[in-house]
Design a protein. Structure first.
Length: 483
């Protein structure tokens, strides 16, 4: 019997993330309890940088291995670069925040690395078991991270709620995978597509139910309506650095798996899932934007904003053309920079025992903390889709994809929703510059690592708005072979 070929270089980034995760845990165990834990963050950053340098040589290789269960195609590698950027910025903003909140444990940083590992597996998986293992690796780590503020009742509640609803959604996903296997006899994505085409199973009830269950499972991960109810409570209760990580990394991983499964394994069902996703897209961006208007807490507002952005991305998913899928990749990277930047500003405006997360807390900070307010304004305007920022170009690409496929109403509704979002983003800006402070905010300490994260996010947001061609070209090359 021929043994399967094992190419460890193919999974080198995943091995490195795993090794550094355990290294961080061991370093924490063998360090004095009284010592500050800043070096754990630095060790985690080194791990991410090393993983990044092992990812770059794989770009353009298009290799696959482990009996076709894992691939290093362009699509996976673009997303891995995005995940590593997200993890890098998250750890930067965590280094000051975790010390301040008393959660700078080895397991905190290790779980961020392990969840990034899960995201990478989801992006590279060409077998449903690989994708499911990646999803569970990511999810279990995030469940724990959401409840890391053990003394805060809201944090524990958010973790418990996320765990229960996440387990429920995972059950749907697993049942959908089981039905897919039952109907086709395979868990390999390309083999599933080939079998469905050869046997003409387009009206097979088992496959139709599987499609619905997969939509529910992935819909929970990307926080689309009506599977979004957990999002505002979990985002509000979780540590702010982890909220930023969830809003960007988890969402990107969810879309990675959704695109991989639907476009590789189920392309014959495209007319069916296009109509479903059309409705979900409209509902997601509409509900997210309308409910965001009434929020008084900045984290809840950004949570509903995150839901709305999932709706915009689904516009390109419905279009399903080359511009749409490459536009999704571009959008996910641009969204990572502007969202992480906004949450960094939220962290910097808080202090121990006083998070200052009410929107009214931002009144008058434009003059007391001008650089912080200016940065927050840039990120909010980018999320609103104002040129020349990254968010504007991201929306141009996803709406252009819909227009090209003649989904005119979907594009119009997307633009109208984007216009609605300007109201609640500008409301924060107006408070910062045109309202007297309702109370004095003093004693803020700006961690050098968080300031560096803010600078990286600003550079990324401006670069993707002013020079989008380079990233878009990378994204377009990444989807070759996927469609």
């Amino acid at each position: 019997m021929k043994l399967p070929e094992i190419d460890l270089y193919l999974i080198a980034p995943e091995i490195i993330l795993t090794a550094f995760g355990f290294l961080v845990l061991l370093a924490d165990v063998f360090s004095p309890r009284t010592e500050k834990k800043g070096y754990l963050g630095i060790l985690s950053l080194i791990g991410i940088v090393v993983a990044f340098f092992y990812t770059l040589p794989l770009i353009g290789s298009g290799k696959s291995g482990f009996e076709g269960m894992f691939t290093a195609d362009g699509f996976a590698l673009f997303l891995k670069v995005t995940f590593l950027i997200i993890a890098f910025i998250t750890i930067l903003i965590s280094m000051g925040y975790a010390e301040r909140e008393g959660i700078a444990f080895g397991e905190y940083y290790a779980l961020i690395l392990f969840s990034t590992l899960g995201m990478s597996l989801m992006a590279s998986g060409t077998h449903l078991i690989t994708i499911f293992l990646g999803l569970e690796t990511m999810s279990i780590a995030i469940y724990v991270l959401a409840g890391m503020l053990r003394e805060d009742r809201r944090s524990v509640e958010s973790a418990f709620k996320y765990f229960l609803l996440g387990a429920f959604a995972t059950g749907f996903l697993l049942y959908g995978i089981a039905l897919l296997y039952g109907a086709t006899g395979s868990l390999q994505l390309k083999e599933i597509a080939t079998y469905i085409a050869s046997k003409n199973l387009l009206r097979n009830p088992m496959l139709m139910i599987s499609l619905v269950f997969l939509t529910i499972g992935f819909g929970f991960k990307i926080a689309s309506v009506p599977f979004h109810m957990w999002t505002p409570d979990v985002y509000e209760g979780a540590p702010t650095s982890i909220t930023a990580f969830m809003a960007t990394g988890v969402k990107a991983a969810g879309f990675a798996a959704l695109i991989r499964v639907f476009f590789t394994a189920l392309p014959q069902f495209r007319p069916d899932w296009t109509s479903i996703m059309w409705l979900i897209s409209v509902a997601t961006m509409t509900v997210g934007n309308i409910v965001a208007i009434s929020q008084s807490n900045i984290k809840r507002m950004l949570a509903y904003s995150s839901i709305a952005h999932a709706g915009y991305i689904l516009v390109a998913f419905v279009a399903g053309n080359d511009i749409g899928i490459s536009g999704i990749l571009f959008y996910l990277m641009a969204y990572a920079f502007m969202n992480l930047g906004a949450f960094t500003c939220v962290i910097l405006l808080g202090k121990k025992g006083e998070e200052n997360t009410l929107i009214t807390d931002y009144s008058g900070i434009g003059f007391k903390y001008p650089l912080l307010a200016a940065s927050m304004t840039v990120f909010l305007l980018s999320m609103a889709g104002i040129p020349p920022l990254g968010g504007f170009m991201a929306k141009v690409y996803v709406f252009s994809a819909a227009v090209k496929e003649k989904f005119y109403w979907l594009a119009i509704l997307g633009v109208l929703n984007s216009a609605v979002s300007v109201y609640y983003y500008l409301r924060v800006t107006v408070l910062m510059y045109f309202r007297e402070p309702q109370r004095e905010i003093t004693g803020l300490q700006f961690s050098p690592a968080s300031v560096l994260a803010l600078i990286i996010a600003l550079i990324g947001t401006f670069y993707m708005g002013l020079f989008p061609a380079n990233v878009l070209s990378f994204a377009q090359k990444s989807i070759v072979g996927l469609m």
